[in-house]
Design a protein around this ligand. Sequence first.
Ligand code: GMT
Length: 378
Amino acid sequence: MKIGIVCYPTFGGSGVVATELGKALASKGHEIHFITYSQPARLDFFSENLYYHEVAVAQYPLFDFPPYESALASKLVDVVKFEKLDLLHVHYAIPHASVAYLAKQILASANIHIPVITTLHGTDITLVGKDKSFSPVVTFSINQSDGVTTVSESLKQQTLDSFTITRDIKVIPNFIDFSRFHNKKREHFKRAIAPDSERIITHTSNFRKVKNTQDVIRIFKKINDVIPSKLLMVGDGPERGKSEDLARQLGVCQDVRFLGKQDAIEEILSVSDLFLMPSSSESFGLAALEAMACHVPVISTNTGGLPELNEAGISGFLSDIGDVDDMAKNAIHILEDCERLAGFKVSAYQRAQEFDIEKILPLYENYYEEVLKTSKKA
Ligand code: GMT
């Protein structure tokens, strides 16, 4: 198949899933065309089946808000026409689903039929999409897509609860590539971070408000009071400064390292004993799955799709949003006993295996086939 993929090319989860999906499809022989405003962060791989088309937005003094949507729609029309694509798969509804709808209509006027699949990832539904400045467009473009997927049952339900949806939604969970995410022995790195064999606790995110990064620091303080530990804060974003301030206020900054954006997340996860995800909204929790694949148990909230990934008492524990005491108590329970910790590490890895890309990729391929058969010409 010749597939066009539209996504945010940044470090966000939707862009990561879209890029990893495209790479995996290309390695199975599909021809994949990424259409984005800059090269996706994880598109660091050469394959004869991978193509990248940059969307350039013309500048003009009148444009306080450069019309990215128009430029993207025009680029989609161009790429679908000249590369003879079979399908467009757009990730994150805003603005990609409505832009794909526009491109589809333009192409229909030239007698070209292009089915559109929209994958909903999270905040496009739970936070941003619900806002009344977006919701009529989000509702319309979901209903007009030829196929719609969500990354968890919970996100599907939230979509149905928040919008008037008149079409089926298929759930296809996030996935993990074990060829990259597995436990690597990095004893020298571990010793450098934790010279006195302290436990190593990790959080990775884009430090947006929903990630509750200050709760990470609060939980860490409580753990560190009982079990000597080090905290690695990976990523960057608007809440980082406040989290750094809190680490100073709580007197733990000597045990907390803010590493900024890192490419080799799997190396950091490989030396970690525990992963913290105290998010107030999380449609799936890809970062937690990456940790589990590297044998790291997860302490998370029980929001959104997290209970579909993290199994209480097996791969980690789940608590109510903001219940820092409970999250710290559960973390200490896992970390205080070496044998127990080893058991959780194995179980977290086993749970992650259920989301192996080898199992999830065929779900996308089958869905593409189904949509190609059933989509109607506009
Ligand atoms: O919140 C993020 O980290 C980015 C966001 C996105 O849409 O780019 O991630 C969402 O999509 C991921 C991939 O499907 C999910 O694993 C994340 O749970 C989800 N984030 C939220 O729902 C907050």
